[in-house]
Design a protein around this ligand. Structure first.
Ligand code: HGY
Ligand code: MN
Ligand code: MN
Length: 415
């Protein structure tokens, strides 16, 4: 068989994505399928069934990461790994992460039905809780696997409402496996992740494939403010300790510093206000700050500037402040050889391709720390993602999966 002529089955990939899009479907055609929830369990069960139908060996580790292996001819050679995440934002779309998992499944199906014997093992991975939208932080499964967190720390994380505990929920859905969650248990030669771009570049420029040189650093902070609750009517405007008002100034600071510093983005995306009543002065606020840049030191400097201004505001408003660094993942420069391979493979297949940078975080931010990694992007319609209208034309999904297929065929047959 001439491997260079092999292509994925675009119609099958589409119907697989559509089947996935029924699990956790929202009224607006998006998905809510957060990690360690009932919907996550249904999704995982289906994935495992699909993997088994390809004859894969399944391993579920202590963090619920699911690995599906097709053994190669030479088990002494390191494996080629591909995959992404099957969990979503709350609410999210039908493609973020899912395309990487189901594109990998489509590649596995093509390799399996054509009885292709690769030199190296091929492993599809579904990483647990990449999104971090319900249990924070993001990239939890891959973060523990790499060794950046302990599993005990991850198990103890609470959901956004502070009610359920991650480890208990993972166990409840039957995916707290027994295999050690560590990259040291695996010999990985190279890793690829197919993903939607989640930004506007490819769509606006009508380019079919994006080849990121790497991923921005991601720093997450949690901030708690304390105020003094009181009846809004009789309490004079002067002398209030209004935690929400203090937060409002801080939100402006985040935006201002990000603009002033440049080469970075800074966002407040989550806030809880207590007691959240129209006629009580707020006495507690929790909010988050997300900072991203290619330059890790630049991102740290931005946080220090923000924090300094936060403290001045807190003092002036009489609202004590507490901050915590919740998550920090360094910028991830990809392996030049694999990055070039994505570009060359796209060109061989006749797809237009652009070298770029990933602003979104991915499990590859973590995985790249312990092996050689690269990613393949396809366009996001109108650059929208982390929203229910997130969409990518199915023919672009097919192109991305073909690039993944050929990157894998080349890499998994390397001596
Ligand atoms: O936040 C991110 O970029 C990722 O999708 N979790
Ligand atoms: Mn993703
Ligand atoms: Mn995401």
């Amino acid at each position: 068989m001439n491997l260079s002529e092999l292509r994925v089955d675009g119609a099958r990939l589409q119907s697989t994505i559509e089947e996935s899009a029924r699990i956790g479907k929202t009224e607006n055609n998006g998905l809510i399928r957060c990690a360690a929830t009932d919907e996550d369990k249904i999704g995982r069960d289906l994935l495992v069934k699909w993997y088994r139908e390809c004859g894969c060996e399944i391993t579920i580790d202590e963090m619920g990461n699911i690995f599906a292996k097709r053994p190669g001819k030479n088990p002494k050679l390191g494996a080629v790994m591909t995959g992404s995440h099957f969990d979503t934002q709350r609410p999210g779309g039908r493609f973020d992460g899912i395309l990487g998992v189901l594109g990998a499944l489509e590649v596995m199906r093509v390799i399996s039905e054509n009885n292709i014997q690769l030199e190296r093992d091929l492993i599809i991975v579904d990483w647990t809780n990449e999104e971090g939208g319900w249990f924070s932080p993001a990239c939890m499964g891959s973060g523990v696997w790499v060794g950046n967190h302990t599993k005990e720390w991850a198990y103890a994380r609470k959901d956004r409402d502070g009610v359920t505990v991650f480890g208990e929920e993972l166990e409840r859905i039957g995916y707290k496996g027994s295999f050690p969650c560590s990259h040291k248990e695996w010999d990985i030669y190279a890793a690829f992740e197919l993903h939607i771009e989640q930004g506007p570049q490819l769509y606006n420029e009508k380019i079919q494939i994006g080849a990121p040189k790497g991923i921005l650093c991601l720093h997450w902070y949690d901030i708690w403010l304390e105020g003094t609750a009181n009846q809004v009517g009789p309490t004079p405007m002067i002398g209030r300790n209004d935690a929400l008002l203090a937060f409002s100034e801080m939100n402006i600071v985040v935006n201002k510093v990000a603009h002033q510093m440049g080469n970075m983005v800074g966002t407040v995306g989550e806030i809880q206000n207590y007691p959240n009543s129209r006629n009580i002065i707020p006495d507690a606020v929790h909010f988050t700050v997300d900072i991203r840049s290619w330059d890790d030191a630049h991102a740290v400097k931005a946080w220090e500037m923000m924090k300094k201004e936060f403290e001045v505001i807190a003092e002036r408003r009489g609202c004590p402040i507490r901050t915590e660094e919740t998550w920090k993942v360094a910028h991830a420069p990809f392996d030049k050889g694999l990055w070039d391979r994505v570009v060359e493979t796209s060109e061989e297949l006749g797809y237009s391709c652009k070298r770029m940078v990933s602003g979104a975080g991915h499990d590859m931010s973590e995985v790249n720390q312990v092996t050689r990694g690269a990613m393949i992007f396809v366009p996001s319609i109108n650059g929208r993602s982390h929203v229910e209208v997130e969409d990518t034309p199915y023919e672009d999904c097919e192109h991305g999966a073909n690039v993944l297929l050929h990157c894998i065929l080349k890499t998994a047959n390397e001596a």
